[in-house]
Design a protein around this ligand. Structure first.
Ligand SMILES: Nc1ncnc2c1ncn2[C@@H]1O[C@H](COP(=O)(O)OP(=O)(O)OP(=O)(O)O)[C@@H](O)[C@H]1O
Ligand SMILES: [Mg+2]
Length: 348
């Protein structure tokens, strides 16, 4: 089994299995080995914020951090800040000021997943990092993240492209003038027109104007969105991306991991790693209970873990094991798990 670092390292898995902790430890291990690391989290629980001791106004910014004596960069995704960066980078100030775009880019606003990809792409493009470690949100949200790749594609699909390119030509002819709704009306179906006139009655004309402007602005920024899409091929390549599907030695978690892989199988390449977190077997070996009840507990825990490992090794070709760190301190967790990453890297 070879574990060499790649440009992109993605951690996914269901809720509470240790994605954020392991992604952080991985980032630290790589930085310690001399890599320039950016750790990005799109975890809505914001655990990384606590782990790294970041303050509220640092959310959404790339921040240099020092954890257990190791320096790296971290970014807690904030879709609003990503939109702002996009508008600056691509010189589209309207992107940051349009009210509809602002609503769409709020947390849970519908554009978060697309924006995460655009962010990863923009950050990698700076050339400042050797590795971008990405900690994703749990289970279903992670699938949304992957699906966003095809969402972008369908958003800019043929029909939209026709309307947009027509609007684009007209906009070019008319200079910077914002387009009236007459053009939209000619191109959209009766149903959508009805919906727009209903919305206009309810919300007033401004909403429709903002909406039309939002469509145009998004169209004008399509290159930035499509660049996010180009990341898809890189993430699918075993040369460029390590996928870590994380699970833990807890009831039901392994079957969730198997299910997740089957749903995400067309995105995650074949050479992915299954990471089994919170293993107890090593500690159990040195535990020598004397009373019968505790002996039974030990046997049950040991057997359970062994069965689980057997099951997972049948399904996943590459399994990495990480111990349950017996401590309440998150920093202790990071120290031990970083060492474990180092030991895997030195085996290859
Ligand atoms: N190997 C470990 N040993 C002991 N505790 C651990 C280990 N890995 C993670 N934990 C603990 O388990 C809890 C969940 O970890 P973490 O937040 O990293 O999971 P997650 O998969 O990112 O969760 P979420 O799905 O909510 O994002 C935390 O309290 C963390 O400190
Ligand atoms: Mg997390």
């Amino acid at each position: 089994m070879t574990l060499t670092s790649k440009s992109f390292e993605i951690f996914c898995g269901t809720g509470g299995v240790g994605k954020t902790t392991l992604a952080t430890a991985r980032g630290i291990a790589l930085a310690k080995a001399g890599k320039r690391v950016l750790l990005i989290t799109i975890d809505p629980a914001r655990r990384l914020k606590d782990l790294l001791g970041l303050s509220g106004d640092q959310v959404g910014e790339v921040v240099p951090v020092e954890v257990i004596g190791v320096k790296l960069h971290a970014l807690l995704m904030s879709p609003e800040k990503t939109i702002l960066r996009m508008s600056q980078k691509y010189q589209k100030p309207d992107l940051a000021t349009n009210r509809i775009v602002q609503i769409l880019s709020r947390p849970y606003g519908g554009m978060n997943e697309i924006l995460s990809l655009v962010e990863v792409q923009m950050q990698f493009e700076t050339g400042s990092y050797d590795v971008v470690v990405l900690d994703t949100p749990p289970g279903a949200h992670f699938l949304d993240f992957l699906e966003s790749l095809s969402k972008i594609r369908s958003f800019f699909d043929q029909n939209f492209m026709e309307i947009f390119s027509y609007l684009g030509q007209k906009t070019a002819q008319a200079g910077k003038k914002v387009f009236g709704r007459g053009i939209i009306n000619r191109f959209i179906s009766g149903g959508v027109r009805k919906l727009l006139s209903y919305l206009e009655a309810v919300t007033g004309g401004q909403f429709i104007d903002d909406f039309i402007q939002a469509v145009q602005i998004i169209y004008q920024s399509k290159d930035a969105f499509m660049k996010g899409l180009s990341l898809q091929d890189r993430l699918k390549s075993p040369r460029e991306c390590n996928w870590f599907l994380v699970t833990s030695v807890e009831q039901g978690k392994a079957s969730e991991a198997i299910e997740l892989r089957s749903h995400a199988g067309h995105f995650i390449h074949q050479d992915h790693f299954l990471v089994l977190n919170k293993c107890l077997a090593k500690d159990l070996e040195t535990w020598t209970p004397t009373d019968l009840k505790m002996k039974a507990v030990k046997k049950s825990l040991t057997d359970n873990e062994q069965d689980l490992k057997g099951l997972l090794r049948n399904v996943f070709p590459m399994v990495l094991e990480f111990p349950e760190v017996i401590s309440l301190s998150p920093i202790e967790h990071l120290k031990h798990l970083t060492e474990k990453w180092n030991s895997y890297a030195s085996q290859s």
